[in-house]
Design a protein. Structure first.
Length: 139
């Protein structure tokens, strides 16, 4: 169900960036794993996409992400983009600029496809991502 929004939205973002001439390494995972820090080597930019249970006025959020080593309560279900960036910095001595795109979900149980509301929010998030990218990098 809606927890799979990244499997819909991340490929759209990837295709958009490739169409703008960027080399993209797309990784679709059910959850972030520490091994993702290794994939940051040589990356100039990292975009993390996830579902969220948090409500927001737009139904999605796009924000920058900074490296932070958050170890308290860390387990395989709580690996965050901030932690991945911090590990990448430790491993490679540098980190890419990073953004997190979250989309509000409604149903997080097992099932096929996204709820109609989540699907609409993902589409709006994609258009907002494009506008944000173009404003930031093509201005």
């Amino acid at each position: 169900m809606d927890d799979g929004v990244a499997f819909v939205l991340a490929p759209l973002i990837s295709k958009y960036l490739e169409g703008r001439g960027h080399r993209v390494n797309l990784s679709l995972e059910h959850q972030l794993l520490p091994e993702a820090a290794e994939d940051l080597e040589g990356a100039d930019f990292a975009i993390f996409v996830d579902a969220s249970m948090e409500k927001s006025p737009e139904g999605f959020c796009i924000r920058s992400v900074e490296a932070r080593e958050i170890l308290e309560g860390l387990n395989l279900h709580t690996v965050s983009p901030e932690w991945i960036l911090a590990m990448g910095l430790r491993i490679h001595g540098r980190k890419p600029e990073a953004w997190l795109v979250t989309v509000e979900g409604e149903r997080f149980d097992f099932g096929e496809g996204l709820t109609p509301a989540c699907s609409q929010r993902a589409e709006r998030a994609f258009h907002a991502f494009r506008a944000t990218w173009e404003e930031r990098f093509d201005a």
